[in-house]
Unconditional design. Structure first.
Lengths: 305, 333
C-alpha cells in the first residue's frame, strides 16, 4: 500500500511538470496554429540559464525569475524571427522549422555547457516529509506543488483576466479580434513569451529532480502524447493528461515492468524490458489516435486537419 | 520521366560505377553513405513529397530493413537479403500507415513519431533478433563465392541500388498511380471526385516508400556490418525529412541533392573543425549549422535546392541568346 502511494506521489510530481510544459505547447498551438517541437529546447535552456544565474551568485528565487524573463525573451525572438515569416507555410514546414530551432538551441547549450551532466544547485532544502508512511522528498513535493500552482494560476489567468480574454479572442478568431481592436500579432508574441517562460520554469523544476543535462530536451517529445491525450486545444485537458501520464509512467516503472519481465523471462529469451515507461506514453498515444483522435477533452472538429 | 533525364541518370551512374575501383577508401565511403541516404530520401519523398504524408518513422523503417537483412545475411542468403529487408520494412510501413489512414497532416506526423519511438524500443529489447543495445553484427554477403567486404564494392552496390530506385520512381511518376499520389497530396476530396480510391493510393505509397526505406536500411547495415538501435534513432528520421526539404520536395532528383548536402555537411565541418581540436564544440557546430540550415531553407527557399538549380539554369539560358527558352526549362525536372 505504501509502495503504491509512493508511486502515486512520484507520478504526480513528474506529471505536473509534464502538464506545465504541455500547457505551453497547447497555448502556442491555440494562438498561432504552430506545433512547437522546440518546447523541449526551451525547457532545457531554462534549466541551464537558472544554473548559470545561480553560478553568478544570485539567490534561487532571483535566478529562476531571471531565467524566466530571459526565456520569455527567447520565446518572443523565436516567434518574431523564425515563425513570423512562416505564416502561410504548410503545417509540415512549420513543424520542421521548430525542429530546426530545437536542434539549434540544443547545439548552443552543448557549445556553452558541454555534453556532460552538471550538478544542479540545491534550490529546495534536502530532507523528506512523511505522510501516512510515505516519504516525499522536498524536491518532489515543491516541484509538484509549484507546477500545479503555476498551471492552475495560468489557467485562471487565461480564464478570468482581461489579457487572458484578449488571448482567447485572438486564438479563436484572429480576424474578429483585429476588428475589435486587439493587436493579434502582439498576442501571439505574448503567447510565445508565456509558454517559453513556463517551459523554462518547468525545466528548472525537472533539473532539481533529475539533474541538469542535454537530455532534458527530450521531455518536449513526451509532451506530445500528453497534448494528444488531453485534446490539442484544451489547456485543462493538458493539465489532467499530464498528471495521468506521470502516473502511468510511474506505475509502469514500479509495477508493470517487473511483472512483464518475469513473464518474458519465463517464456522467451528476452531478459529485460528496458525503459518501458518511456515508450508507454507513445503506445497510449497510438491508442488514443485510433479510438478518439480528438483526445479526452478536445471537441470534435477542433483539430486542424 | 523524360528520356533525356533517364540518359543523364544512366550516364552519371555508369560514370560513378566506372571510377569506384580507383577511388580512395574514404571517398568510396562517402559515395556509399551519400548513395544510401539518397535511397532513403527517395523513399521518404515518395510518401511525403508525392503523396503528402509526412513521416518521422523513416529511420525506424530503415532499421527494420537493416535488422532483417542482417539476420538473413548471416543465415547465408547473400544479396537476396536486401530485397527481403525491403519487404519487411514495406510490411511495417503498411502496418503503421493503415491505421493512420484516417489521420491527416499533424496527427499522422505525431502517429509516425510514436511508431518511431516504439520500434526503436523494440530494437533495444528484442535481444534474440537484434542483440539489444550492442547491436547485430552482420557478416559480409557472398556472391558466387566472393565476399562483398570492400568499401569500393559497397559503393558500387549502393550506387547500383540507387540507380534502380531512382529510375523506378521516375517510371512510377508517369503512371496512373504516380499521378494519383499527386492528386491525393493536393486535395483528397478532389481525388475522390476524380474517382481515385484514396485509401488504396495511400496504401501503395506506404508500401513502396517502406520498401525503399528497407532497401536503404539493408544496404546501410551491410555497409557498416552492424545494425544497432542508435543508428536508427529519431534524429536520423529528422535528417531524412531535412534532406527532402533541403533538396526539394516532390521532385525526382531533389532528394539526391538534399541527401548529398545533409550527409556531406557534417563531414565538411569535421574537416574544418579538426583545426580546433575540441570534440564537443565540433559536434555543437555541426548540429547548429544543421538546425540553421533547415530554418533558412524553410524561410527563404521552401522548394529547396532544386528550385535554386532551376533559377540558375533560367538565368544562364536567358543570358544566352541561342539557349533554350525559359518556358521549356520551368516544366523540366
Amino acid at each position: 500500500m505504501t509502495y503504491i502511494l509512493q508511486l502515486v506521489t512520484a507520478g504526480l510530481a513528474v506529471g505536473s511538470v509534464y502538464a506545465l510544459i504541455a500547457i505551453g505547447i497547447v497555448l502556442i498551438y491555440k494562438c498561432s496554429g504552430v506545433v512547437n517541437f522546440a518546447q523541449g529546447a526551451f525547457v532545457m535552456m531554462g534549466a541551464y540559464l537558472t544554473f548559470a544565474a545561480s553560478r553568478l551568485g544570485l539567490p534561487p528565487v532571483l535566478a529562476v525569475t531571471l531565467a524566466l524573463v530571459l526565456m520569455a525573451g527567447i520565446g518572443v525572438l523565436a516567434e518574431r524571427v523564425v515563425l513570423r515569416p512562416m505564416l502561410k507555410a504548410p503545417v509540415v514546414a512549420v513543424m520542421m522549422v521548430t525542429l530546426g530551432m530545437l536542434i539549434m538551441i540544443r547545439a548552443s547549450c552543448l557549445a556553452v555547457w558541454g555534453p556532460d551532466p552538471l550538478a544542479f544547485p540545491r534550490i529546495f532544502p534536502d530532507g523528506a516529509l512523511e505522510l501516512f508512511g510515505v516519504f516525499i522528498t522536498y524536491n518532489y513535493l515543491t516541484a509538484g506543488v509549484l507546477s500545479i500552482l503555476l498551471s492552475l494560476g495560468f489557467l485562471g489567468f487565461y480564464r478570468f483576466t482581461a489579457v487572458g480574454l484578449m488571448q482567447r479572442c485572438a486564438a479563436d478568431n484572429p480576424r474578429a479580434a483585429l476588428a475589435i481592436g486587439i493587436h493579434t500579432s502582439n498576442q501571439v508574441s505574448l503567447a510565445w513569451a508565456m509558454s517559453a517562460g513556463l517551459a523554462g520554469v518547468g525545466g528548472t523544476l525537472l533539473a532539481t529532480l533529475n539533474g541538469l543535462s542535454l537530455g532534458l530536451a527530450d521531455i518536449g517529445l513526451i509532451a506530445f502524447p500528453v497534448i494528444v491525450l488531453g485534446g490539442l486545444t484544451s489547456l485543462g485537458g493538458a493539465l489532467v493528461a499530464g498528471l495521468l501520464l506521470g502516473l502511468l509512467q510511474s506505475f509502469t516503472d514500479g509495477l508493470l515492468s517487473p511483472m512483464i519481465e518475469d513473464l518474458l523471462r519465463a517464456h522467451t529469451r528476452i531478459y529485460s524490458v528496458g525503459a518501458l515507461q518511456q515508450v508507454v506514453p507513445y503506445a497510449l498515444l497510438v491508442a488514443v489516435l485510433l479510438l478518439r483522435p480528438q483526445g479526452i477533452f478536445g471537441r470534435k472538429g477542433s483539430e486542424r486537419l | 520521366m523524360k528520356r533525356a533525364h533517364f540518359i543523364v541518370g544512366v550516364a552519371v551512374a555508369a560514370a560513378v560505377l566506372a571510377v569506384t575501383p580507383f577511388l580512395d577508401r574514404y571517398v568510396a565511403y562517402l559515395v556509399t553513405i551519400v548513395a544510401i541516404s539518397s535511397i532513403g530520401a527517395l523513399g521518404l519523398n515518395l510518401l511525403t513529397g508525392l503523396c503528402g504524408q509526412i513521416s518521422f518513422a523513416q529511420a525506424a523503417l530503415m532499421g527494420i530493413g537493416a535488422y532483417t537483412a542482417g539476420n538473413l545475411c548471416n543465415a547465408g542468403l547473400g544479396l537476396f537479403a536486401i530485397p527481403l529487408g525491403g519487404l519487411a520494412a514495406a510490411t511495417a510501413s503498411v502496418v503503421i500507415g493503415l491505421p493512420a489512414l484516417r489521420l491527416r497532416g499533424l496527427y499522422f506526423a505525431i502517429a509516425t513519431l510514436a511508431a518511431q519511438f516504439i520500434l526503436e524500443y523494440l530494437f533495444k529489447i528484442l535481444e534474440p533478433l537484434t542483440h539489444g543495445i550492442s547491436g547485430l553484427l552482420i557478416r559480409p554477403p557472398t556472391v558466387l563465392g566472393f565476399a562483398i567486404q570492400d568499401d569500393r564494392a559497397y559503393a558500387r552496390l549502393a550506387v547500383a541500388l540507387l540507380f534502380l530506385v531512382w529510375s523506378g520512381i521516375g517510371v512510377l511518376r508517369a503512371t496512373n498511380l504516380g499521378r494519383s499520389f499527386l492528386v491525393v497530396r493536393e486535395n483528397e476530396i478532389v481525388a475522390r471526385g476524380m474517382g481515385i480510391d484514396v485509401a488504396r493510393t495511400k496504401f501503395w505509397a506506404f508500401l513502396l516508400s517502406g520498401f525503399i526505406a528497407g532497401i536503404a536500411g539493408a544496404m546501410s547495415g551491410i555497409a557498416s556490418r552492424l545494425a544497432n538501435p542508435e543508428a536508427f534513432s529519431f534524429a536520423l528520421s529528422v535528417d531524412y525529412v531535412a534532406m527532402i526539404i533541403v533538396g526539394g520536395q516532390g521532385t525526382l532528383t531533389g532528394p539526391l541533392l538534399g541527401a548529398a548536402f545533409v550527409t556531406l555537411l557534417p563531414e565538411a565541418i569535421q574537416r574544418i573543425g579538426e583545426l580546433f581540436n575540441t570534440p564537443s564544440i565540433l559536434s555543437a557546430l555541426r548540429e547548429f549549422a544543421f538546425g540553421m540550415l533547415i530554418i533558412l531553407f524553410l524561410i527563404f527557399e521552401p522548394l529547396g535546392l532544386m528550385a535554386v538549380v532551376r533559377k540558375l539554369r533560367l538565368r544562364l539560358t536567358a543570358s544566352k541568346p541561342g539557349g533554350k527558352s525559359p518556358a521549356a526549362t520551368t516544366e523540366a525536372v
